[in-house]
Design a binder for this molecule. Structure first.
Ligand code: ADP
Ligand code: GLC
Length: 492
């Protein structure tokens, strides 16, 4: 067949994570873990993703089959179900680790209904990592065995470690750092519970200030380390960003690669998005305004002379949103309005709710998590604010670019790598896509708000910036090639 493209089969990869779109998501990690299999399939890699079987997940698989089992996994029986999600859910190939004593409970995947981390989180994610290592060593009952074990963040950090401590050398391993602020720290008294060898409880092993760090265990034992943007890879070497692990990163520097995240161009497409009322493309971008009007109505906001700003975020210190509260008067003075969709720190939630009460018709807040509403906000807002103190990659600014919503971001991590500041030179050269400010400084954010309001006043220029934003190559092609080359070098 002249037109069919055959992809050379390169190998099999077991991707290990605590969350994955479309089954379970609390943040960007899920979207990236969910998009990697599609991106890498085009490069010839078959990825199967292993996740805990949180309540209801096995039911989302088409004809699930048991492919692994154990009588006692960290205190109870366990099984792994293999199956694909429906085509409408991306037809991803999942392995779901069912262990009732660890995962079958109400609350969020990390926290109890009172908002406190589950006390047995170390065991819950050690069990996931243990099973991933076992599958890598011995394979599944359907005969499948990976060539590469790809572990994401601290929850999967012990997977390469169990592999290495067990002396297994024929499966390559890779750890991706999505956020080094979360290090999987557990008390030293859990050594035996977590099936960790005492002789590795040293500085060159997984010992971390007298405790266990599952992320450090992964970093010390994996054949390669990646993180989710080139700038964050550089930043991780500095104490401010390395957060105590900068020494480990320095030690493993020759194994570290910064590979930028992409976005799932099908799921995030203003031309076809089923969650938005008025679809649009760069050619009929004026239709975006209808989404803005609908959004103002949905949130009960007044019209204004300035842009409609939005925030879609976990409300945590990392995201720098306290600075937005400080600069709110400047934003409103320019006729701007603000929508916030997010949840997290109780104090920050309260502060935003208070701001909405103080400025009715100008500030509106939804404390919660709402995927469909997030799409309506990406489509309807003029400006997406991401003033993070640090940001390993960031997906919100990428989705914003795709929807012609100009990002106002801090110059850090992946934000620095994906948004081109509209300074004079960039505007003249025709490359600008947003506004960057210095991180962690409210004076700089305030200046950024002024600059983006000035740009908004020049609607002809604004339209050009929007079109350019929407034309950015944000898909996985490039990054999938980088991961592919890395996998290949590891199994060579
Ligand atoms: P992080 O993973 O650090 O939270 P990212 O920018 O990488 O940050 O990814 C955040 C993801 O979570 C985006 O897909 C964003 O749209 C989504 N998100 C964050 N908060 C909410 C919310 N309250 N409702 C819906 N989606 C949200
Ligand atoms: C983490 C980071 C975020 C990144 C995401 C996906 O949650 O905080 O910056 O985009 O992982 O890699």
């Amino acid at each position: 067949m002249a037109n069919s493209v055959t992809v050379k089969k390169r190998g099999a990869v077991l991707s290990v994570a605590s969350e994955c779109t479309p089954l379970v998501k609390t943040g960007g990690l899920a979207d990236v873990v969910g998009a990697l299999p599609g991106g890498l399939a085009k490069e010839g890699w078959l990825l199967r993703t292993i996740l805990p079987a949180y309540p209801g997940l096995v039911d989302r698989l088409k004809s699930p089959k048991v492919v692994w089992s154990a009588k006692n996994l960290f205190g109870g029986p366990a099984q792994v179900f293999a199956g694909k999600t429906a085509k409408s859910d991306g037809a991803l190939d999942f392995l779901l680790l069912q262990a009732t004593h660890l995962y079958d409970r109400a609350g969020s995947i990390y926290m109890n209904p009172q908002g406190k981390d589950w006390p047995d989180n170390p065991q819950r994610f050690a069990a996931l990592s243990w099973v991933a290592a076992e599958i890598s060593k011995k394979g599944l009952s359907d005969g499948w065995r990976p060539n590469v074990l790809h572990a994401h963040d601290w929850q999967a950090g012990l997977a390469p470690a169990y592999l290495a401590y067990g002396g297994s050398r024929d499966v390559a391993s890779l750890v991706t750092i999505h956020n080094i602020a979360f290090q999987g720290v557990a008390p030293a008294s859990m050594l035996r519970t977590l099936k960790l060898p005492r002789k590795q409880f040293v500085q060159d092993g997984f010992e971390y200030w007298g405790k266990i760090s599952t992320l450090k265990a992964g970093l010390m034992t994996a054949d390669a380390i990646t993180t989710v943007s080139p700038t964050y890879a550089q930043e991780l070497l500095e104490p401010e960003f390395g957060m105590g692990l900068e020494g480990v990163i320095e030690y493993k520097r020759d194994r570290l690669h910064g590979i930028l995240n992409g976005v799932d161009l099908k799921a995030w497409n203003p031309r076809t998005d089923a969650s938005i009322e008025h679809t649009y493309s760069p050619r009929n971008i004026s239709a975006k305004v209808k989404n803005t009007k609908a959004l103002e109505k949905e949130f009960g906001l007044n019209k204004g002379a300035g842009p409609l700003f939005a925030i879609i975020s976990r409300l945590t210190h990392q995201k720098g949103l306290d600075l937005v509260l400080e600069t709110l008067p400047a934003l409103l003075a320019r006729g701007g309005r603000l929508i916030v969709l997010g949840s997290g720190d109780v104090e920050m939630e309260k502060a935003f709710v208070k701001a909405a009460k103080e400025y009715p018709g100008q500030v509106a807040v939804n404390i919660g998590y709402d995927e469909a509403q997030s799409h309506r906000i990406y489509a309807g807002a003029d400006v997406m604010m991401v003033p993070s103190r640090f940001e390993p990659c960031g997906l919100t600014q990428l989705y914003a670019l795709r929807y012609g919503t100009l990002p106002l971001v801090s110059r850090t991590g992946g934000l620095a790598d994906t948004v081109i500041d509209a300074n004079d030179a960039a505007v003249k050269a025709g490359v600008a896509t947003g506004v960057q400010v210095a991180p962690s400084r409210s004076d700089s954010l305030e200046q950024g708000i002024r600059r983006i309001c000035d740009l908004f006043e020049n609607q002809a220029l604004w339209g050009q910036l929007q079109k350019r934003a929407m034309a950015q190559p944000l898909g996985w092609e490039q990054s999938a090639k980088s991961y592919s080359a890395l996998y290949q070098s590891l199994i060579n």
